[in-house]
Structures are given as structure tokens and as C-alpha cells.
Design a protein around this ligand. Structure first.
Ligand code: PMP
Length: 351
């Protein structure tokens, strides 16, 4: 029998959101925070054109895409590291800091992949319970010690949807030693509307140890192609680039991401429509009597405790797939108006 690393025995598999189908055939996938819109024709055309070249390896340095990101965000080329989805860039970050004894601090509950990536990289997870639905930044600062190499802040937080504000972040960063890397995971940044929530790119600029993780999977609608990126001070980006598997970001993904940046106005218009639906869904839930934390992301969070799985099952009967995090609550993506209505009807019936 081949022998494997012991940590694999205790690692839970990542549970991806699944679709469900109602007995009458209706199916609404609100379990993975994807864009509810079909891909833009201009992006599909760019992919179709690029498909003619897939006998060749992609550009390993993804130069054209990196240049497009640099130009779009006004950051230097060598401050950018790309990966096959931001979860892979997160993995690269864990690999880059991971050595025996290293600790990584993050809130819990937060993005499900963090504990997996920590285990895989052989670093110790130090999890700090949320205060209500928010990051407990005081407790997180107190959890930092000589072994801490990295802190992940998921802003807005998946799955609780709340966001860290500027003042809280500034005073937290003032307490973090410069040799500890702070990662602002901004997978849902484009959905933020609260002016007090900082844009990580304004925060990273003055600091040697702060970086920003972003993705093309959510607002840009490319979840199926896998492209994410880090914007970081040059030494951080350089370290992370060294950990990439050669050719990780494939040719179609590179081309689609470039086409998406060109079509950004249309995509951000769609984000605006999702934000409007988010307001409608949250207000309707509150009118039904639910407690719904403020959301700065493309999902809402219902803390259901022991009723979590029952609620998810009741939604499934209506063809609505939501994401249960037993025994805490349910995360529900904002979808098309029709999908949101189906979810609201299921939530009303459950009460
Ligand atoms: N960070 C957060 C907070 C997420 O919720 C997700 C996706 N669920 C990711 C990163 C990873 O997204 P992707 O790999 O598709 O870029």
C-alpha cells in the first residue's frame, strides 16, 4: 500500500455548491456565488478565436493579461501574480510562507478553503471566532505571535457577507508586525457599496506587508475558466510567482480575462443589477421576519443553527440550491430575479 502524508486522513474535502432540481424541473443554483448571467458575446467570441491555438502552451508569464491588470488598476507590472482562480493564488501564498511551525491566522467561519490550504502547506491554522457575523480584529491581532507568518482577512467575509471597515482595518494593521503578511481576500470587492469599506488597493500601496487577492470568477463571470490574481508589493508578488505551477493559467482563461477587462462597463452594470436584487432580497427576508446581516457581497447569510440542513432541504424541494454550513447557517447567492423569487417563496414557507 503506498504511503501518504498523515494530514490527508484528517482533512475534510472541499464541498462545492451543487445544483438541485425540483420535482417540476425547476433548478436555481444559488450555492456558489456565481454570476447569474450568461457570458458576454464578446468574451465568448474571444474564447472561440483563442480555441484555434490550444495545441500550443499558454504564455507562462501571462504577460498580456498582467499588463491589462496593471493598466486597469494603476499598479506596476511586477506587483501582480496570477493563478488558476484566486483559490490557487491563495494556495501559492500558503506555499510561499509554509514551513514547519509557521502559523496562519484567519477568522472562522470564513472561506472554507483556508483550512485545507493550510493543512496542505503544512502550516498551522490559528482560527479566531467571529464576533457575531464580523471579524474580531482585536482577537485576531492578539492571536499574532512570533510564529505567525500570514493573516487572511476575507473582506467581505464568505459566508457571513459583512465587511471590515477602514478604521478597524487601519488600527488592526498598526498592530501587525511588518514580517507578517496580511492578505485581503477581496473576491467580492466589486459588490461593496459601503463607502467606509476600504478598497484594498488603497491600503496595500503604503505597506510592505499587505496584499490584495481578487478574482475573475464572481463579478467578471469567469468562474468556469479559473483566473485570479494578487496585487502585492514587489517582493511579495515575486515570491508568490515562484510558487506557480508552470502554465497554470490556461490560454482560454487568459484571453477571456483580457476580453472581460475590455468589457468591464457591461460587467459592472450587471454587478449593479445584482446589488439592486440583493437589496430587494434582504428587505423581503427582513419583512418575513428573518435576521439578515448587512451584505456587501453577492449573497446573504441566514444564521439558522440546528435548522440549517432542514432549511437547505426545504429550498431544494423548490429547486433552489443554497449552501448550508452546518450547524451555523445558510449562504444564499443573489441570482436572477426569478431565482431570487423562488428562494424568497421557500424562505417564507419555512418560517
Ligand atoms: N476567496 C473567497 C472569499 C471566495 O469566496 C472564493 C470562491 N468561493 C475564492 C476566494 C476563490 O475563488 P476563485 O478560485 O474562483 O477565484
Amino acid at each position: 500500500m503506498p504511503r501518504f502524508r498523515q494530514i490527508l486522513d484528517s482533512m475534510a474535502a472541499y464541498k462545492a455548491g451543487k445544483a438541485v432540481v425540483a420535482p417540476d424541473g425547476r433548478s436555481y443554483k444559488l450555492s456558489s456565488n456565481e454570476s447569474p448571467y450568461d457570458p458576454l458575446p464578446s468574451v465568448v467570441e474571444a474564447i472561440a478565436e483563442a480555441a484555434r491555438e490550444i495545441n500550443r502552451y499558454p504564455d507562462p508569464g501571462a504577460v498580456e493579461l498582467t499588463e491589462a491588470i496593471a493598466e486597469r488598476f494603476g499598479v506596476p507590472f511586477d506587483h501582480i501574480a496570477l493563478g488558476a482562480g484566486s483559490v490557487t493564488v491563495a494556495q501559492q501564498l500558503f506555499e510561499a510562507v509554509g514551513e514547519p511551525g509557521a502559523e496562519v491566522v484567519y477568522a472562522w467561519r470564513s472561506f472554507e478553503a483556508y483550512p485545507l490550504l493550510a493543512d496542505l502547506a503544512g502550516v498551522t491554522s490559528v482560527t479566531v471566532p467571529l464576533a457575531g457575523e464580523d471579524h474580531d480584529l482585536d482577537a485576531m491581532a492578539a492571536a499574532i505571535n512570533d510564529r505567525t507568518r500570514m493573516v487572511f482577512l476575507c473582506n467581505p467575509n464568505n459566508p457571513t457577507s459583512t465587511a471590515i471597515r477602514r478604521d478597524g482595518l487601519e488600527s488592526f494593521l498598526a498592530r501587525v508586525p511588518e514580517d507578517v503578511l496580511v492578505v485581503l481576500d477581496e473576491a467580492y470587492h466589486e459588490y461593496v457599496r459601503d463607502d467606509d469599506v476600504p478598497d484594498g488597493l488603497t491600503v496595500y500601496r503604503d505597506r510592505p506587508n499587505v496584499c490584495v487577492l481578487r478574482t475573475f470568477s464572481k463579478a467578471y463571470g469567469l468562474a468556469g475558466l479559473r483566473v485570479g490574481y494578487l496585487i502585492a508589493p514587489e517582493p511579495v508578488a515575486t515570491a508568490v510567482r515562484k510558487t506557480i505551477i508552470p502554465f497554470a493559467v490556461n490560454h482560454l482563461a487568459q484571453v477571456a480575462a483580457i476580453a472581460s477587462l475590455k468589457a468591464e462597463d457591461e460587467l459592472l452594470d450587471r454587478v449593479e443589477r445584482v446589488v439592486k436584487e440583493r437589496t430587494r432580497v434582504r428587505e423581503a427576508l427582513i419583512a418575513q421576519g428573518w435576521t439578515v446581516p448587512p451584505t456587501e457581497a453577492n449573497f446573504v447569510w441566514l444564521r439558522l443553527g440546528e435548522r440549517t440542513l432542514d432549511f437547505a432541504a426545504a429550498c431544494a424541494v423548490e429547486g433552489v440550491a443554497v449552501r448550508p454550513f452546518q450547524p451555523e447557517g445558510v449562504r444564499v447567492s443573489i441570482g436572477s430575479p426569478e431565482a431570487n423569487d423562488a428562494f424568497l417563496a421557500a424562505a417564507q414557507a419555512f418560517r
